[in-house]
Design a protein around this ligand. Sequence first.
Ligand SMILES: Cc1cc2nc3c(=O)[nH]c(=O)nc-3n(C[C@H](O)[C@H](O)[C@H](O)COP(=O)(O)OP(=O)(O)OC[C@H]3O[C@@H](n4cnc5c(N)ncnc54)[C@H](O)[C@@H]3O)c2cc1C
Length: 302
Amino acid sequence: MKNIYEELLGYSEVDVDHSLAAMTTLRIGGKASYTVYPENQVALDSIMRLIKERNLPYKVIGKGSDLLCSDDDFDGVVIRLDRHFHHSYFDDCVVSAQAGCSIILLAVEAMKRGLSGLEFASGIPGTIGGAIFMNAGAYKSSMSDILDEVLVLRDGTIEWIKAEECEFGYRSSIFQKHPEWIILGARIRLTPKDSRQISDLMEDRRKRRMASQPLDYPTCGSVFRNPEGMNAWQLIDGIGYRGKRIGDAMVSEKHCNFICNMGNAKAQDYLQLVHEIQQKVFEKYGVELHTEMELFNWKQIV
Ligand SMILES: Cc1cc2nc3c(=O)[nH]c(=O)nc-3n(C[C@H](O)[C@H](O)[C@H](O)COP(=O)(O)OP(=O)(O)OC[C@H]3O[C@@H](n4cnc5c(N)ncnc54)[C@H](O)[C@@H]3O)c2cc1C
């Protein structure tokens, strides 16, 4: 009988022991036993059948821009769609995009075609799949504002789900309740607008991000969700944690809701800082801070 590596190789390129640190924007994480890059839906479906037959742990990741991985190795299969599922098709105001499309590149493409709606996403370094999963957003807009339908592989079948059925909320979606579903693509509805106006807005926001976010260090974006009517960064500032450092994990001096990897941050140090902030904010303000980034591959939480 073939081993799992040989079987996966029948359907996709396979990396063995590829570092999760290299697959995430935070640059933290152990190694994944197998990383696959299916070329199409048939290959992906076959890989999923194999994974289920063998009862292997698996994780679909996009650009890894919202993940805090542990330093442990992941004894399972990481599925990446950004290498091959990255095509988009424009038809008037509707763009059909595969899940692995970079949302930044899609925003630029829409701008060139004089289509408005994706400006908010032009600084979010994720894929369409990850952005739908998180209902990513900025500047009071989010994915759910522009989505018509999402193409999903679930229970061995591929189907379109209407946006209204995706239970979108603030950084939440039905997909977070069903991590076994795989988002394959989406239909996004945009609005005609002058390209110059769109690009001016995107440039303005780019400058705002450059001025306010620590983009020169590895991060996973905002660490905490904003509690109703409050800004997480103000609460973190209020407990005196601006610039607080544990090992190489440090609360950004520039933006307190970003925790940077200053060089070789250990996942445990990062998480300890997260927990300390949650505890101190609760003690001082009675407010529970919930993480926006997702913990992946943590067998035990410090
Ligand atoms: C500098 C910086 C700035 C950021 N700014 C913002 C911001 O303004 N607004 C915002 O909302 N976020 C922001 N983020 C966070 C992050 O970029 C977004 O949440 C993004 O949508 C995550 O996409 P991803 O492809 O990297 O997902 P990943 O981090 O790879 O995955 C996130 C989750 O989505 C799931 N997932 C990914 N693809 C699929 C798929 N095809 N099918 C099923 N599940 C899938 C994964 O399993 C995982 O659970 C920022 C991050 C950084 C580093």
